[in-house]
Design a binder for this molecule. Structure first.
Ligand SMILES: *Cc1c(COP(=O)(O)O)cnc(C)c1O
Length: 421
């Protein structure tokens, strides 16, 4: 993948080359990250970045959109196929934009949104302080059961009755269990509220049928396209025909101008790959690897929120087993050996989001590299060794060697990355 920047901009070239090496030589355990295919990278780095295409295919505000139309129609059709949706808007620049558009499509300014508490696994775009969502709407929260780490649907229902929201948001950033979309819809219906299911993290698992789908259950489904579905950076909204016009208007002009047609091309490429049968095996392996990771960490004495995982990551809670260790310290110790994970608050955490008492460890990216459960168990042991002795240099050296070996055995971008290093 030549960057062609060196003659004009050595500082930028160096940063890009360094980032490529970093991705090659470290393991991403960040549950929201993945490695896009070369086809997706090529689409996103294409001349489509030059094109203005405000509007929808066939009805643009600019001339010269025939190929942009083809690209966007492909992305929309493939999204509808992949998620069995009647309508897809593939223009949101990100998952956050997709959520804002969903709220705009369903709500009036000042309406009430009921969403999961951020420290319990919710997302900024579900209405945290300082967001535009919080500015425009009246946001209240529900939580998970702090003892079990799981959603207590009766408690969510009671919270809905108490707060009488206009919209209930489900779908989360750090909830390691399957979500019962029907139950969330019934809770929303019970108080006459709309329901948005945000599958940002779960896109790939839902596409492959490894996690139940909220499409056809929730009023609207939103998502990011760069996480488990590996279709490059961006967002999308899925809905039935009856909401199609409201959604399209809410996206543009509601919260965006011209779409990022190059990113839409990336979505088209990634969705095509996700429609291929191999993708289902990938998604199944992601979950098997997460479960192998969870089992090994538990065997090594770690506590996991909810006691395990049904999805693509495990959430470690240090409070009982490593009371003096913060999530931030664990993150730093792991990064020093090439294991890139993220600190996380756990339900009932006393520490702030910048520190946290937990660590979220995801398997989507390493599974794209080709990890099987045996490799994942080696990885889990390296994680456990480092967290148990974050100051021990010999342990760090050994973990770094394991990481180097795993990176070599399971390369990202194969020969290409090596050739261009
Ligand atoms: C990642 C995520 C999003 C969107 O994030 P962007 O960075 O804006 O794409 C939305 N909702 C949830 C639950 C997420 O985890």
């Amino acid at each position: 993948m030549p960057t062609d920047l060196s003659p004009v901009d050595s500082a930028l070239t160096e940063a890009l080359e360094s980032e490529r090496s970093r991705q090659r030589d470290t393991l991403s355990l960040i549950a929201s990250e993945n490695y896009a295919s070369e086809a997706v990278l090529a689409a996103q780095g294409s001349v489509l970045t030059n094109k203005y295409a405000e509007g929808n295919p066939g009805e643009r505000y600019y001339a010269g959109c025939e190929h942009a139309d083809t690209v966007e129609r492909l992305a929309k059709e493939r999204a509808c196929d992949l998620f069995s949706a009647e309508h897809a808007n593939v223009q949101p620049h990100s998952g956050t934009q997709a959520n804002f558009a969903a709220y705009q499509a369903l709500l009036d300014s000042g309406d009430r949104i009921l969403s999961l508490e951020m420290t319990h696994g919710g997302h900024l775009s579900h209405g945290q302080p300082y967001t535009a969502v919080d500015e425009h709407f009246d946001v209240v929260h529900y939580g998970v059961d702090e003892a079990t780490g799981r959603l207590d649907y009766d408690a969510v229902e009671a919270r809905a009755a108490e707060t009488d929201p206009d919209l209930v948001v489900s779908g989360f950033s750090a909830y390691p269990r399957q979500v019962d979309w029907e139950r969330m819809q019934a809770i929303a219906d019970g108080v006459g509220a709309h329901h948005v299911a945000d599958i940002a993290h779960l896109t790939g698992l839902v596409a492959a049928g490894v996690h139940p789908s909220p499409v056809g259950v929730a009023d609207l489904v939103t998502g990011s396209t760069h996480k488990t579905v590996r279709a490059g950076r961006g967002g999308m909204v899925l809905c039935g025909e009856e909401l199609a016009d409201s959604v399209d208007t809410a996206v543009m002009p509601g919260c965006q101008g011209g779409p990022l047609v190059h990113n839409i091309a990336g979505k088209a490429a990634g969705f095509a790959e996700a429609l291929a049968p191999e993708f289902d095996a990938y998604a199944r392996q992601v979950v098997e690897n997460a479960q192998a990771l969870a089992d090994r960490l538990q065997a090594r004495g770690f506590e996991l929120v909810s006691g395990g995982t049904d999805v693509h990551f495990a959430l470690v809670d240090f409070r009982e087993t490593h009371p003096d260790l913060t999530g931030a310290e664990a993150e730093a110790a792991l990064e020093a050996v090439g294991l890139v994970a993220n600190k996380q608050t756990v339900p009932g955490d006393d520490r702030s989001g910048k520190v946290g008492s937990g660590l979220r460890i995801g398997t989507p990216a390493v599974t794209t590299r080709g990890f099987d459960t045996a490799a994942t168990v080696r990885l889990a042991d390296a994680v456990a060794d480092v967290i148990d002795a974050p100051e021990d240099e010999a342990v760090a050296a050994e973990a770094a060697e394991t990481v180097a070996d795993l990176c070599e055995t399971f390369p990202v971008y194969g020969e290409l990355a090596v050739a261009s290093a």
